[in-house]
Structures are given as structure tokens and as C-alpha cells.
Write a protein that binds this ligand. Structure first.
Ligand code: AQP
Length: 342
């Protein structure tokens, strides 16, 4: 990882838009847990303001999705006494800096964002303005903490590049060369883009209409086994070499999922299973998935039984987050010349 002049600080966020998938886990949350070490201050956010850019689920559901995501974070191994865990809407500095960044980011930059095109689909005239400006708010989520490292999945790479461009432009335009760090995306490992179990060309996603396309962290062992058994594959056995996975996206996806879950390289998975039929490999994959993520659902249910405790954890996390964010916002306003007379 590149060193910067700023304190090493990790920030990442996940939208509370429903159950976490194995893609969210392997591409993001597992990495969050790994980075929760003495070397970094770690800040992980339930980005609820982003969760209403595509559609509004209803107030009770949004609150519960946020609590459920907090429960999932903790059940996966994030420790609220080590990491700052909170939901975005409780720290107003995110939206305040977000407005500033709406004025720093250029229309041309925003129009190039492929996730807007994917999520808005053909009907972009009907998409919310919030969905379009989402990446500027995401830049603010990161930079309001002067975060230096951002663990994310591959689909967020372009948004991280935009965040870096916004930081550089702000620093140049306002004559403060080192004010915002230029954060490093941490997109590492074999599961940076877990694909749908029904279509190897599509990302596994919480909002995919087909539940069979994804493993949810709340799925029980039988459901996990069934989803892998029914996962789309081709008729050939697994290849004897890694190169043999080329042009076989569904097979490659299952091998990568196995490797990420078992902390192996894809080459080691091929060395073990090469030449076998999917009928043999899929049950082994289901076993390793159940072993690694099968206990998360039960821990989440225990945590969800005490919603007041989750709310307390998020409130405390928000206080800690605001303590870091507010002086950075104040300094931003000062640099820009917004008169603050109270
Ligand atoms: N399939 C994936 N493989 C690896 N990483 C993934 N991530 C998402 N899908 C995969 C990573 O998970 C983090 C949180 O993502 P998010 O909830 O903020 O939004 P998203 O990227 O749009 O994820 P989803 O599951 O597709 O959500 P919906 O359906 O609500 O849009 C990010 O770090 C992301 O890279």
C-alpha cells in the first residue's frame, strides 16, 4: 500500500438495501475485518442516504435494514470497540461536504460513471438526481474523515478514481495542496467481483430479482447447498490448469468463490479439483461456504433481538465519527470562505 502524509485511516461503506450477499462479504466485509488492526483506524458506515437513491423502501424497513446491516457487520467480526460503526444519516457533515463536492466535480466526470448507467438503465430521465450525484456523496463519505485507504469491490473502482480526482481538484483549486489525502483503493484478492450464480457475466447483487442468483448471508445450509447445486455451469469438467478457465465465466466464478472462502489461490483449487465434474465440486463448495458463513445468520438473529443495543452502538459510533468529521468540515468551510460567525 502506498504511504501518504496523512494518518492511516480506513473508511468503507455498504448500503442497507437488504440482505448482504456472499459478494458483499468476500469483496468488502471480510476485508474490513482483516483491516481492523492496530495499524489503522477503521471506520465502517451503513450508507443509508445512498440506500434511497434508487427507491425508498419505507421508513420502518429502512430503519430495520440499517440495523440488520449493523448486525451483519458485527456478526462477521467487526468489533464496535475497535472500529467506528455508524449510519451515515447520523453525521450531517457527509451531506455538507457532499454539497461542496457537487460543486467541485464536473458534469463530464459524472456522466462517465458506469454504475449510474447500469442502475438507471434505459429510463435515465426517471432516475433520481441523487442517483446521479451519488459518487460525489461517496467521495465526501471518504474524504470527510481524511481516509487514506478504502477497501471495496471491483465495481467501486471508478467511483474511487472520481474520489481521487475530486480530492486533487479541491486541493489545487483552493490552494491547499495536502488538505485532502488522495485515497488508495484496496481492491485485492480473488473475489473482488463475485458473479451471479445464474449468469457469469453479471455481478452478484442484493437487488437482483432472482434470489437464486446469490447466496445471502442469512441463507441456511440447505439453501446454500441448493443454490450452488443449481448454479449455472457448462457441461465440461473443471479444467486441469488455470488457463483452462478462460472463456468459462461460471466455472471461474465458482473456483474463485471457493478460493476466497478457503483462503486458497485459484491454482490450488484447480490442483485439488481439476478434472472433476461439477457434481463433485459443488457439494465441496457448499460445505466450505456453510463452514465459513453458515454461522453468521444465527449471530445476526441474536443481535437483532436487542434493537435498542444496536441503536446504542450506532449512536455511539456516530458521535465518534462526528468528532473526526466536524473539524475537517470546519476547515473546508474556512478554506473556501464560508462565513461562520457563531
Ligand atoms: N458481487 C460482488 N463482488 C465483490 N464485491 C461486491 N460488492 C458488491 N457486490 C459485489 C462490494 O460490496 C460493497 C458494498 O456494496 P453496496 O451495498 O454499497 O452497493 P453495490 O456495490 O451496488 O452492491 P449490491 O450488492 O449490488 O447492492 P445493490 O443491489 O443494492 O445495488 C462495495 O465495496 C462493493 O464493491
Amino acid at each position: 500500500m502506498a504511504e501518504t502524509a496523512h494518518t492511516k485511516r480506513v473508511f468503507s461503506g455498504v448500503q442497507p438495501t437488504g440482505n448482504l450477499t456472499l459478494g458483499n462479504y468476500l469483496g468488502a466485509v471480510k476485508r474490513f475485518v482483516e483491516m481492523q488492526s492496530a495499524d489503522y483506524q477503521t471506520i465502517y458506515c451503513m450508507v443509508d442516504l445512498h440506500a434511497v437513491t434508487a427507491s425508498w423502501p419505507g421508513s420502518e424497513e429502512l430503519r430495520d435494514n440499517t440495523r440488520e446491516l449493523a448486525a451483519a457487520f458485527i456478526a462477521c467480526g467487526l468489533d464496535p470497540s475497535q472500529s467506528i460503526l455508524f449510519n451515515q444519516s447520523q453525521v450531517p457533515a457527509h451531506t455538507q461536504l457532499g454539497w461542496v463536492f457537487n460543486c467541485v466535480a464536473r458534469m463530464g466526470w459524472m456522466r462517465r460513471m458506469t454504475q449510474f448507467k447500469d442502475k438507471a438503465g434505459k429510463n435515465s430521465e426517471e432516475a433520481s438526481v441523487g442517483l446521479f450525484t451519488y459518487p460525489a456523496l461517496m467521495a465526501s463519505d471518504i474524504l470527510i474523515y481524511h481516509a487514506t485507504h478504502v477497501p471495496v469491490g471491483e465495481d467501486q473502482r471508478q467511483h474511487l478514481e472520481l474520489t481521487r480526482d475530486i480530492a486533487i481538484k479541491f486541493n489545487n483549486d483552493f490552494g491547499e495542496p495536502d488538505f485532502f489525502p488522495v485515497p488508495e483503493p484496496i481492491i485485492e484478492g480473488v473475489a473482488t467481483k463475485v458473479m451471479s450464480l445464474r449468469d457469469g457475466s453479471k455481478k452478484m447483487s442484493k437487488s437482483d430479482p432472482s434470489d437464486m442468483s446469490r447466496i445471502n448471508l442469512t441463507d441456511d445450509a440447505d439453501t446454500i447447498a441448493k443454490k450452488f447445486r443449481k448454479a449455472k455451469t457448462d457441461p465440461e469438467p473443471l479444467p486441469e490448469t488455470l488457463e483452462g478457465l478462460e472463456g468459462r465465466p461460471e466455472a471461474e466464478n465458482l473456483v474463485n468463490i471457493y478460493a476466497a472462502l478457503a483462503d486458497m489461490t485459484p491454482a490450488a483449487v484447480i490442483a485439488e479439483f481439476g478434472g472433476q465434474q461439477f457434481g463433485q465440486f459443488k457439494p465441496a463448495l457448499a460445505d466450505v461456504a456453510v463452514e465459513k458463513v453458515g454461522g453468521i445468520a444465527a449471530r445476526m438473529s441474536e443481535l437483532m433481538a436487542d434493537k435498542a443495543e444496536i441503536d446504542r452502538i450506532l449512536g455511539k459510533g456516530a458521535d465518534r465519527a462526528a468528532e473526526i468529521a466536524e473539524p475537517i468540515l470546519d476547515r473546508t468551510y474556512e478554506i473556501m470562505g464560508f462565513l461562520q460567525s457563531r
